[in-house]
Each structure stands twice: as C-alpha cells, then as structure tokens.
Design a protein around this ligand. Structure first.
Ligand code: SF4
Length: 701
C-alpha cells in the first residue's frame, strides 16, 4: 500500500509551522512542500529519515543543519543550502547561490546546475557534487570531505585548504594559497566513480584534476607549534631548553618579562584570596588603585540625599534574565556575573568541567568556545551557552539543541576583526577529532562566518537558528568593541536577543601581539556607546547587554551595571582564580612549586602570558596529559565558585550603599569620574562637578 505524502503548502502556512511539523516526525515519511516562493530556512533542522520534496525555488539556508533526511529542491536555492549538514542527502535540480554546503560535516549535497562562490567553504566532512561550475574561493578552508566539480572552478580554489580534496573536470581559473594540483591516484578514481554514481552522473573519472593542500601552512613556526620543539620537550621533561634552535642566543620578546598593568600583583592577590575564602576583604586605609578603566569611576553612595539599605536585613536582588526578547526559554540567573566563552583546546577538559561546576553552583551560565561542546562541560553546566564561531569547529545541531542559548561570535575584544588560532602543541587527538583536523597542526580560524557576510544575511541566519531549535533558546551576538554604536544597532536589527560586548581588555588563548595591544577600544567607553545605541533603537530595552573585557571585581561589575549593562561576562579573571600566574599548583592538598616551569617558558609567576604554548605550568591552558593533572576540577570549581560569590557580595554591597534593592537599579547617576578622560568616555560627570566633557552643563545623568 502506498501512503500519500504529507503535503505542506507554504502559501497557507508559515515556514516555522512547516518546520515544526517536520521536526515532530520521527519515522520514515514522504513530504511535499509546495509554493516555497523563495522563502528562507525551508526544511532545516530535520533529524529523521524523511523524503522531502520542495516544489519550487527556495531561499537562504534551505535544508540547513539536517541529519538523516533526504531533501530535493525542484528549483534554485539561495545562500548556504545544506550548511552544517550532518548526514542524509540534499539535491538541487537547478542552481545554488553562494556558500552551498558551508561547514557540512557529512552527507551528500548534489547541485545539478552551477554553484556560486565559496561552495564548500569550511567543509568538515561532507561530499558535494556540482554538475556545473563553481564560483571563486570555493572550498576555502575546507577541512575534510570531497568536492566534485563537473564544470569550471573560479579563482582562489581551495585557499587555505586542510584535508579536503577537490576534483575539477573543467578549467581552474586559479588556485588559492596552499592549494596545489596533484596526480590522480587509484583511490581518487574509486572515489569519483562512487560519488558520480550517487549523484546520478556518468563523467569519466580520468577527466578530472585533483586539488589538495600543499600543507605549507600547517606549521608556521617549529618552536611555537611543534610538539617536538626543544622548548616543548623541555617543560614536559623538566630539563632546561637550549637557548636557540641553531645554538645561538634567542632574545626574549619585549613583553616576556612585563607585569600586566591590568592584572597587577595586587589584583592577582585579590582574586586568589577571593577564590580561597569566598568572602570580601575588610581593611582600613584608602583606595590603592590606579587608573585607567572602571577604576576611573567611583560610586556616589547614599548619605543625606539618598538612603542606603541595611546589608543584614534588607535584600538586594541579583536575579538576572537574559534573552527575553523572543525566545521561549530565556535564561534566568542568580547573578549578573557569567563565565565567558573559552574553548576546549585552549583550556583543558578539566578546566571546562570546573567552570561548568562553578557556574552551576553560583546559579549562573558558562559558555563553550571554538571547537565545540565537551560532554563534561554539558554535564557539569546547568546553563550552557553554545558558541557559533566563524570556524564552526565542532558545531553541530545536536549540541545546539542541547544548549540553553546560542552565541554567534562576530568578534572578540582582544582581536576584533581577526580569526583565532590554536597552535599545534595544543591540537591533541581529542581536540583535533572535535575540530575535524589532523592532530598537531597549527589550527587557524577564519575571521568571517562561512555562510553570511552582513547584517541582512545574519538576520536570516538567526531565523535559521530559531527554526532548528524551535525558538526555545535565546540568540546572543558577541562583538569586539570597535565601532560600537553602529555594531550594536546592527545587532538589534539582525534580531539578537542579547548582545555581548567585549572590550579590548578581553583575553584570548593565542593572538598576535599587534591585535592585543593595538585593536579595539577599552570596555569603559564601549559600554557607554552601546547603551546609548540601545536607548536609541530599543528604548524599551528588550535586548539585553552583557559586557566583558577585563572585569575583575565586584566594583567593576557594579560600574558596568550602573552604566547600563544587564550582566557581565568574565574570562581571564576566572582563569586566575583557577591558579593562572600562581607560583604553585595544588596536588593531593599540597602546594607544589611551579616557578621553575615558568622559567623554562622564559617567564615568571605574575608575568606569564604563555597560554599559546600549551605548556601552562599550573595546568589551565594545556592539553598535555601530565600538565593537565595539575588542576583538579573539583578544587578548581570550588575556587571559581568562591570568586563568583565574592564578586556578587561586593556588587550587592555597593548597590545597597547606593540605596538599591536590586542591582539592576544601579544607574549612571550613581557614578562620578575621577579623570576628565573617564568622564568623557563614560558620560558621567567629573567628580565634584556637573561637567561631562563634550556636553553642555547641567546634562549630567
Ligand atoms: S600559560 Fe601562563 S598565562 Fe596562560 S593560563 Fe597558564 S599560567 Fe596563566
């Protein structure tokens, strides 16, 4: 008995209604989708053995993030068809626009006609067969999988290719960096026969040209990325490294011995003490801090004109809700202090687990990073934000649905406009498997997303993420602080529920020094610009603002909130709570001196910034099995929980002193600036005046 296909008519129902109907199907079923009329996100997020036929042209992200399903589009498709597909098949009988098959992990995409530029960009394991030609920059940064092009290929083919292989039958208009033509072997012929057969084609395998990676970008420096380098071997063996590869003296980099001005010795002591005790410090004497940043501001706490709250009797709420604009399940947190995205790969699995446990104990959220979600951090984290980065390393729809929010990372404060990197010593077998890369090679991350390039595309991408998750979870956008006012407005326009703004004091696992020191603007002026932009385009403040980049103390948190942030996110300082830059690590309850290991890296406790090496003396930023054991996740979780508790107590202390029963009632009017520069940047009056530089008198607040 034949069963009539389920018919979904997009002239009568919305894309969301149709997708939800398809998501509810678990067994084999045939589905006809009528009148797609160029709509976006048709038949995306499927995870069942469905046979879906789309009768007509469809728009962006058609059949995106699918598993097991077979989708045939009888017409043309817009950008990013079958992006991030995990398995199953997608066939387009007509032409495909840009980025077809972007970041696909598995399955087969067949395009009978031509595919536009960047076909197969960031491919992670799927197969693509194009009956016609492909546009320029196709297979850019493709990591694995195969792309068969029966027609011509545009310029820049295979730029920055990893392990993916491209076969082209027609003319190649130009190869990209690190791509080269290689002879066709027996395995290639077999692969071509199989792929062409599956695509219903009969071209002769010997008529194709093979393009693969020249692998010259796999190791940019033997000393930094090579596990066999003298320096790498030295730390693990405990022996001092030779002074240079050729036996000559190697001059220490200028910053090797520099003390961080932001995390000076006092700040490190403060964080460590907070992590140890979980309570704030009480002492005499005045302020010891120095400029700049949030340290440039002070609170105008209550006196006669304001009435303070009593700390022991009157409550001060710290409850924080993020993502209430459109998501069905916004995040409800016990504190506005969250843990920022840091990757497994940059951090060890133990550290990721420790952060998850600490966040859960503190009632707040933690965040994944480049490279995907580990099982340990998902288990340990009650509220986990899943990052969607340009590289899409480890990104998949299953983990997306397991997440409590998704954060599209456009930029980071430490390197706005730049991509990430993870040097070979940290690309262990497990990290490599999660990122679909060979172990031990230097991993580069793109600075742009593979399947959208501007706010209009991003708006459709966000809709796709909502479709795949049935609109349950909020969508965050993270930006590095540069042209803040414009970027924030565009985030709102693109449909973000939450904007994460990362100032230039934000951290990174490994980035060029020139980025860290010379790109972006500090967190202080960035918050003010972001808040003013939100007040202009979102006066009801439906979109929440999370601020990060150099947040260290409860005072920093309170000042960020007073300037208009809804929450903050902390990265570097939680690593310090875990022992980063500490002279010792703890094993079996005993402190073990690690000073010699710092020296082998050419640095010292309190001055270290050698996360990129993977040889972290205290086991925080490493994948080395021995070094990783230097950090016990339970011990680490306790310290981070204490640190978060201290910050929350300090925050409420200041809020009560300002007469607020809710930390979110802190306002700009509660602040004064200690320098003219801070007054101008933060938009608060210079202390003792009503003067804000650049504004007429009497406009304070
Ligand atoms: S390598 Fe140095 S800077 Fe990086 S986490 Fe370890 S101690 Fe901290």
């Amino acid at each position: 008995m034949t069963v009539d296909p389920l018919t979904c008519d997009l002239a009568e129902r919305s894309v969301t209604e149709v997708n939800r109907r398809l998501h509810a199907l678990s067994g084999p079923a045939a589905v006809e989708i009528l009148h797609p009329l160029g709509r976006h996100n048709v038949a995306c997020g499927l995870n069942a053995p469905l046979d879906v036929r789309v009768r007509g042209h469809s728009g962006y992200f058609t059949a995106g993030m699918n598993q097991r399903a077979s989708v045939t589009v009888h017409g043309n498709v817009g950008w990013s068809v079958a992006e991030n597909m995990m398995s199953g098949t997608v066939r387009v009988t007509g032409f495909a626009s840009e980025c077809a098959g972007a970041s696909a992990h598995g399955g087969l995409l067949v395009i009978d006609g031509d595919a536009s530029s960047r076909c197969g960009i960031s491919l992670k394991g799927g197969d693509i067969v194009v009956g016609g030609s492909v546009g320029h920059m196709s297979a850019f940064m493709a990591q694995a999988g195969r792309i068969v092009v029966c027609g011509d290929a545009g310029a820049g083919l295979g730029d920055s290719l990893y392990e993916a292989v491209i076969y082209v039958r027609g003319r190649i208009h130009g190869l990209g960096a690190d791509a080269r033509i290689e002879p066709l072997g027996r395995e290639d012929r077999q692969a071509l026969v199989e792929l062409l057969r599956r695509a219903g084609r009969d071209e002769e395998p010997d008529s194709f040209t093979r393009v693969a990676s020249a692998k010259q970008l796999y190791h940019w420096s033997p000393d930094h990325g090579n596990p066999d380098s003298e320096r790498g071997a030295a730390v693990r063996s405990g022996e001092p490294a030779a002074s240079g590869r050729s036996g000559g003296a190697v001059e220490a980099p200028r910053w090797a011995g520099a003390v961080s001005r932001h995390y000076d010795a006092d700040t490190l002591d403060y964080i460590r003490r907070a992590a140890e005790t979980g309570v704030y410090d009480i002492r005499g004497l005045g302020a010891k801090r120095r400029v700049p940043s949030f340290d440039d501001l002070t609170f105008l706490t209550a006196s006669m004109s304001r009435y303070p709250l009593e700390g022991y009797r009157e409550r001060c709420s710290t409850k924080t809700v993020l993502g209430s604009r459109r998501a069905e399940r916004p995040l409800t947190l016990a504190t506005p202090i969250t843990i920022a995205g840091m990757s497994f790969g940059s951090l060890s699995a133990n550290v990721k687990e420790a952060l998850g446990r600490a966040a859960t104990a503190a009632g707040t959220s933690t965040t994944t990073g480049d490279g995907g979600m580990t099982a340990e951090e998902r288990r340990a984290s009650r509220t986990l934000v899943y990052q969607c980065l340009p590289s899409r390393y480890g990104f998949n729809p299953d983990d997306l649905r397991r997440a409590d929010a998704v954060e599209i990372v456009v930029g980071q404060g430490a390197k706005p406009g730049g991509g990430g990197m993870l040097l070979g010593l940290k690309v262990s077998e497990r990290v490599a498997a999660m990122r679909t890369l060979p172990a031990g090679i230097d991993q580069r991350s793109a600075c742009r997303h593979p399947d959208w390039v501007g706010p209009d595309d991003l708006a459709i991408k966000i809709e796709e993420l909502r479709e795949v998750t049935d609109n349950r979870i909020p969508v965050f956008i993270k930006i590095g602080a540069t042209r803040v006012a414009d970027d924030v407005k565009l985030c709102v326009k693109s449909g973000a529920d939450v904007i994460v703004l990362d100032g230039m004091q934000g951290g990174t696992a490994a980035t060029q020094q020139v980025f860290i020191e010379h790109a972006g603007i500090p967190t202080l002026p960035a918050v003010r610009q972001a808040v003013e932009a939100l007040e202009e385009v979102d006066p009801a403040r439906e979109v929440q603002l999370v601020v990060s980049g150099g947040i260290r103390s409860g005072a920093d948190v309170a000042k960020a909130l007073a300037l208009g942030a809804d929450a903050v996110s902390i990265g570097q300082a939680v690593l310090m709570a875990l022992g980063c830059n500490s002279p010792a690590y703890v094993r079996g309850g005993e402190r073990v001196d690690a000073t010699a290991d710092y020296h082998r890296l050419g640095t010292a406790p309190g001055r270290c910034h050698q996360c990129q090496t993977g040889l972290c003396p205290v086991g925080v930023t490493t994948q080395d099995p021995d070094l990783e054991q230097r950090l016990d996740p339970e011990w680490g979780a306790r310290r981070v929980r204490n640190y978060l508790a201290t910050l929350t107590m300090e925050l409420t202390t200041l809020a009560r002193a300002c007469g607020k029963s809710d930390v979110h009632h802190l306002e700009r009017e509660d602040l004064a600036a200690l320098t003219v520069e801070a007054a101008a940047m933060a938009g608060v009056p210079l202390a003792g005046t009503d003067w804000i530089p650049g504004r007429p008198p009497h406009t304070a607040g």
